[in-house]
Write a protein that binds this ligand. Structure first.
Ligand code: AMP
Length: 137
């Protein structure tokens, strides 16, 4: 199987603007810079996405993402941060290697748009909650 682009960055085949590295995790600037300082945090071992990643590895990635978000507020003048991860193509995932976006926010027109509409009308919320709750038991 062909290596994804993040595996190639991890293996040093493609350059990146690295901001953090340890035995399990790498963080580097996103090439698209949705906003100034937009960073990606990835596990060095390949997993397709967040949902396919073992919890112990996922926790390490999220730990680094949290620290980078704190630094973006402290050092870059950001006044907010969006931390998100897309799972599968339908959710906008384009690189099939688990990654967390840490996106510093500066103001409403800073380049990042996330629209979450209210589509609750007509949904049976108690039934949905019950279904998920039962599966979690
Ligand atoms: P997603 O759409 O959630 O899968 O995000 C993939 C992200 O990877 C996008 O924001 C791209 O800009 C970013 N990206 C793709 N190639 C590179 C690269 N070589 N170096 C840094 N970021 C990259």
């Amino acid at each position: 199987m062909e290596k994804d682009i993040f595996c190639r960055i991890i293996d040093g085949e493609i350059p990146c603007h690295k901001v953090y590295e340890d035995d399990d995790v790498l963080a580097f600037l996103d090439i698209s810079q949705v906003t100034k300082g937009h960073t990606l945090v990835v596990p060095k071992k390949h997993y397709d996405n967040f949902l396919a990643t073992p919890k112990s590895v996922m926790h390490k990635v999220m730990d680094v993402a949290q620290t980078i978000g704190q630094i973006e507020i402290k050092m870059l003048g950001a006044v907010g941060v969006n931390i998100l991860t897309n799972c599968y193509e339908a959710a906008g995932q384009t690189v099939k290697h688990f990654h967390v976006h840490v996106i510093p926010r500066y103001d409403v027109g800073d380049g990042f748009i996330l629209e979450m509409k209210n589509n609750a009308e007509g949904l049976n919320l108690p039934a949905i909650a019950e279904m998920v709750k039962n599966e979690l038991k």
